[in-house]
Design a protein around this ligand. Structure first.
Ligand SMILES: Nc1nc2c(ncn2[C@@H]2O[C@H](COP(=O)(O)OP(=O)(O)OP(=O)(O)O)[C@@H](O)[C@H]2O)c(=O)[nH]1
Ligand SMILES: [Mg+2]
Length: 315
């Protein structure tokens, strides 16, 4: 029982105890009180990991690429944490298994920590749980954390966007870049990767991406386009170099601090919204409220007046 004390769990995780780290992330994932406390210890530790969001269409090769990039990072002697988001969308139901298999080659390496996360009742969902888990990985000593998320759905895209560096993975072939653009991935990319470059259509995809970049309102940074064959571990050293170049640029230019500030503010508002919405749910089930709802049915009080009354109770 004592082991579940949040402070002790956090300390153990900081000393490299992986089972404690796993349990701590589960608490965060499930939105339990211990998880809130652990997230708070992590935040106040001021040990920030550099976060890389990797996103793209289902099956673009994000997990394969992540696995190959892990190898590059390990080759440089650095440790790395990975959070793979299991999308709740029916599009990629097989992701959990796929990701595990794809990154299996690193399963025994103590310098690599790979964790899948899904929505498990956390207030505010993954958009709150993932940044908390990423911060925990930073607090326990991982200098970098890769967050893999499929680029479908608002929450998933948001999670990828809110990294220090966002990588958008596309595939060769007519229209893939256009699809990425439609999914809103164009404007969040700091680095583009054309993966599966062993397939035809690389030139066309690059041309499409360059064309869209020409049209967008770029400042003094233009996202590079790197070609990879992740399945053969080709181009992954260059991909990691491009990612690190963006990291250095963002640090130098003050972008990193600006983004981190925006990110924590967004997180605060998400938590607040979730808390208030939780209170609203409770309030609507309250016996007193139920009577007022009857009055509304009877036509003696209107929804807006009632809402104002209830809002006063919530705040
Ligand atoms: N030809 C080719 N196939 C690749 C390459 N990289 C990955 N693949 C294959 O593409 C398929 C999907 O790879 P994943 O890494 O699971 O893709 P993903 O983007 O993580 O998929 P989800 O997480 O399900 O969205 C697998 O069969 C890989 O073997 C590549 O560079 N070339
Ligand atoms: Mg995957």
């Amino acid at each position: 029982m004592r082991q579940r004390d949040p402070k002790e769990l956090f300390d153990r995780a900081c000393h490299g105890d992986r089972p404690s780290l796993a349990r701590a992330i589960s608490y965060i994932e499930r939105g339990e009180k211990q998880g809130d406390e652990i997230a708070s210890f992590a935040f106040r530790s001021h040990r920030n990991a550099y976060t890389v969001g990797i996103t793209g269409a289902p099956g673009a090769g994000k997990s394969t690429l992540t696995s190959s990039i892990i190898e590059v990072i390990r080759g440089h002697g650095e440790e790395i944490g990975v959070i793979a988001i299991d999308p709740s969308s029916p599009f990629s139901g097989g992701a959990i298994l796929g990701d595990r298999v794809r990154m299996q080659e690193h399963a025994l390496d103590p310098g690599v920590y790979i964790r899948s996360m899904a929505t498990r009742g956390h207030l505010g969902g993954l958009s709150v749980a993932v940044p908390e888990a990423a911060r925990l990985l930073g607090a326990v000593g991982f200098p970098s954390v890769i967050i893999e998320t499929v680029g479908v759905g608002q929450v998933e895209v948001e999670i990828a966007r809110e990294a220090d560096t966002t990588v958008v993975v596309v595939n060769p072939g007519w229209g893939d870049a256009v699809q990425a653009n439609k999914a809103g991935l164009m404007e969040i990319a700091d680095v583009f990767i054309i993966n599966k470059a062993d397939r035809p259509g690389v030139r066309e995809t690059r041309r499409d991406l360059e064309g869209m970049l020409d049209l967008s309102n770029l400042g003094d940074y233009r996202p590079p386009i790197v070609e990879t064959v992740a399945a053969d571990k080709k181009g992954c050293e260059e991909a990691w170099d491009a990612i690190c170049s963006h990291r250095d640029y963002a640090k130098r230019s003050g972008l990193t601090d600006k983004r981190r500030s925006t990110r924590t503010r967004n997180e605060l508002s998400r938590i607040l919204e979730a808390m208030i919405s939780n209170k609203v749910d409770l309030l609507l089930k309250n016996k007193g409220t139920l009577e007022m709802l009857d009055s509304m049915d009877a036509g003696t009080i209107d929804p807006r007046t009632l809402a104002n009354l209830l809002l006063a109770a919530v705040t």
